[in-house]
Design a protein around this ligand. Structure first.
Ligand code: FES
Length: 105
């Protein structure tokens, strides 16, 4: 299966906020019609799953949010809370724009 967007959310925090962030992604993708969609005559798919440490713990384990990476571009975001997810889905997946305030360099 070829995915256009594959989102990996670290769930390695004691608070387990990563699981909440991943759940928020699943809900937002569905709500915004971006889990499976057609754009420019091409079918696109998105998938989200939890994973272990992404090695950017300063922006994950030490704060109140989770780190995640979105492929195929491999863009990392940090300190992401469930409340940030709708914006990430709309901007990154829907519009192809990065969310600078959460992006890790
Ligand atoms: S614990 Fe989440 S990136 Fe390391």
């Amino acid at each position: 299966m070829l995915l256009d967007f594959h989102i990996f959310v670290c769930h390695n925090q004691k608070s387990e906020v990563g699981k909440d962030v991943a759940k928020a992604f699943k809900i937002a993708l569905k709500k915004q019609g971006l889990k499976s969609f057609v754009a420019g005559g091409t079918k696109h798919k998105s998938r989200v799953q939890t994973c272990s440490c992404l090695d950017v713990c300063k922006h994950c384990k030490k704060g109140s949010g989770a780190a995640l990476v979105i492929y195929p571009a491999g863009i990392f975001y940090g300190d992401v809370k469930p409340a940030d997810v709708a914006e990430l889905v709309h901007e990154h997946i829907g519009e192809g724009r990065m969310v600078k305030r959460l992006r890790l360099d």
